[in-house]
Design a protein around this ligand. Structure first.
Ligand code: BES
Ligand code: MN
Ligand code: ZN
Length: 490
């Protein structure tokens, strides 16, 4: 689908579907919608409004034939809901809905005018473009019969030149963001047999505008990443430690983003039950997000030094697998007793955090499908957020909210550390089942030195088993919107 901006009059457009939005509880059409209605001989007013066929509740739709009264073939009336409650996030969601509706009637060309909305035109352009492309996404690489109906053009029509210029700028940003999400979603939707640690390293190597270093198993041994290495031992796939550097001339700040890259999590010797293992190819969603953000930096050219870091491996129960009771030594020399081999993500992240701290970055953000406990707490509506720097946490929550990604802060009380006490080592990798997301956060903090650090637990939101808002089911690409916009805000 191509997103275009056209400086013209909506009702004159030749297209399959022309979209008209209506707020709830307002019974008169204004502006562009009124002019379309007039050209149609007021059929929207007569059939849709006066006959009570349409309540304009958010997301409701009504399709009208135009009988050649205007060049468009059909008019899609969409409900915007109550005016006071209409936000850019809702516009993004609605845009996805319009695309799905249009696909349902095999439309190829959609025209819409956003002039009635009170948002900045650049913001409207951005979220509409995002929504359209996020909603159109599907992962059909392995289907022999692909969906044939495709929307070719999604056109934002605007009469005023100045506004249309702003719309275009916004739409261009929206397209980049949605493409970045698709990049992450494609990787996380891939089966584990394809998206191996080696594959992630290959993807990293292909990213342009950055320098990438892949550490092989013996390099990882030399770096004494005992926690990460232990997790990788039960698999015949080689672990890869990936470091992608984006370094501009005079950066304002140096940051690291770390993605959990467990390309399959069987649980290891503490093996998962079948039903829990089913989606564990998505245990590299954090890594997919980091790869996507690093891949997008070149096109935005931000003045921030960004290090993308992934400790990629599989967690398998092979003959040389690490065992409950093993004592591991992380890169910072702290020792960890393995209480449960299924708490592997924090072990891989521990060494990645040590590595990031040694780079001397100002800030570290890690993103990880880390705990089922976080999923139980927040469901699919929000990711967990924790860290040692409230200012950075607040900023990320705010940027996430503005960009359709919710983060909810979980506590990091010191007392959670008591649950990780070990008789034989500095700590255990798990404690009680209760408060599991916070305990994992507290564990990670042991490997952070001086940097401001934030941990995003995306276990519940990385993969959907049914569509939600603008997102189709499967991998969501969560974190991409927040991290890109955060980097652009520095
Ligand atoms: N990858 C899982 C967490 C997860 C669960 C992600 C559900 C997505 C959906 C993680 O490695 C894990 O297994 N965590 C354990 C930790 C426990 C053993 C302390 C969990 O949450 O059950
Ligand atoms: Mn696990
Ligand atoms: Zn895991």
């Amino acid at each position: 689908m191509e997103i275009k901006v056209l400086n013209a009059e909506l009702k004159e457009q030749v297209c399959d579907v022309l979209v008209v939005g209506m707020y709830e509880k307002t019974d008169i059409l204004k502006g562009v919608a009124a002019s379309v209605d007039e050209a149609l001989g007021e059929i929207i007013t007569k059939f849709v409004i006066e006959n009570d066929k349409f309540d304009a509740k958010f997301g409701s739709t009504y399709i009208l034939q135009t009988y050649n009264k205007i060049p468009a073939n059909k008019v899609l009336v969409v409900g915007l809901g109550e005016k006071e409650k209409f936000t850019p996030n809702k516009l993004r969601e609605l845009s996805a809905k319009i695309v799905k509706k249009a696909l349902g009637i095999k439309a190829k060309k959609i025209c819409i005018d956003l002039g009635k909305l009170e948002f900045e035109p650049s913001l409207s352009g951005q979220v509409v473009a995002e929504g359209a492309l996020i909603g159109e996404y599907s992962f059909d690489k392995y289907k022999s019969k692909k969906e044939t109906s495709k929307i070719e053009e999604f056109i934002l029509v605007e009469k005023e030149v100045e506004k249309s210029v702003k719309l275009k700028l916004g739409a261009e940003k929206g397209v980049k963001i949605a493409m970045a999400m698709a990049f992450a979603r494609n990787l996380a939707n891939e089966p584990a047999q394809y998206a191996t640690p080696t594959k992630l390293a290959e993807v990293a190597k292909k990213i342009e505008g950055v320098k990438t270093k892949i550490y092989e198993k013996d390099d990882i041994e030399k770096m004494e990443m005992g926690a990460f290495l232990a997790v990788s031992k039960g698999s015949s796939e080689f672990p890869k430690f990936i470091h992608i550097k984006y370094i501009p001339q005079n950066p304002k700040k140096k940051i690291a983003i770390i993605g959990k890259g467990v390309t399959f999590d069987s649980g290891g010797l503490d093996i998962k039950p079948a039903s829990s293992m089913l989606t564990m190819k998505d245990d590299m969603s954090g890594a997919a997000c980091v790869l996507s953000v690093m891949n997008t930096l070149k096109s935005f050219n931000p003045n921030v030094e960004v290090h993308g870091i992934i400790a990629a491996c599989e967690n398998m129960p092979g003959g040389s697998a690490y065992k409950p009771g093993d004592v591991l030594t992380a890169k910072n020399k702290k020792t960890i007793e393995v209480d449960n081999t299924d708490a592997e993500g924090r072990l891989t992240l521990a060494d990645a955090l040590c590595y990031a701290c040694e780079l001397g970055v100002d800030e570290i953000i890690d993103i990880a499908t880390l705990t089922g406990a976080c999923m139980v707490a927040l469901g699919t509506q929000a990711a967990g957020i924790m860290g040692n720097n409230q200012e950075l946490i607040d900023k990320l929550i705010k940027i996430g909210e503005a960009n359709g990604e919710r983060f909810w802060q979980l506590p990091m009380y010191e007392e959670y550390k008591d649950g990780l006490k070990s008789d034989v080592a500095d700590m255990k990798n798990t404690g009680s089942r209760y408060g599991g997301a916070s305990a994992a956060g507290i564990f990670l903090q042991e490997f952070v030195k001086d940097a401001a650090w934030v941990h995003l637990d995306i276990a519940g939101v990385a993969f959907l088993d049914k569509p939600q808002k603008e997102l189709t089911k499967g991998a969501t690409g969560v974190g991409v919107r927040t991290l890109i916009n955060y980097i652009l805000s520095i």
